[in-house]
Design a protein around this ligand. Sequence first.
Ligand SMILES: [Zn+2]
Ligand SMILES: [Zn+2]
Length: 158
Amino acid sequence: MTIYTGGCQCGAIRFRVEGELRDSSICHCRMCQKAFGAYYAPLVSTRGAGLSWTRGTVKKFQSSNFAHRGFCSDCGTPLTYEAPDGVAIAAGAFDDPAALPPTVQFGVEGKIGFVDRLHALPGRLTEEDVEEAPFILDIVSYQHPDHDTTTWPAEKKS
Ligand SMILES: [Zn+2]
Ligand SMILES: [Zn+2]
């Protein structure tokens, strides 16, 4: 059985899914744009699989009479779209999002036009911005690592 794990950026919330996840999508609807603060929302349905929350409790905003949006109340990471037909998890919250390629787009009536041209934008490596933002050489990440941890945070930040 395939095991998927993931969580929020700060690590207060962790989840685990047992089973095969095939229903990965992006949604362009305006509510998903707002809930994710993004041009579209990448979501993976957990229908037919076993979702469990292994650390922390997701806070929820009821975005409509049918749907709730779950997020981490400590760091704000969007985590779920919960509707009567099941729970979908934000694809980027998985420890290995690349394992869950999207297969369909929803809410295309809300698609922002330039989204179809993003791949054509010029691209830069993080290190290429050193002159304008020299602090990037000294960045210490406080983000939870992409695997389960027995204790977190690993050590106290000063
Ligand atoms: Zn968090
Ligand atoms: Zn949507």
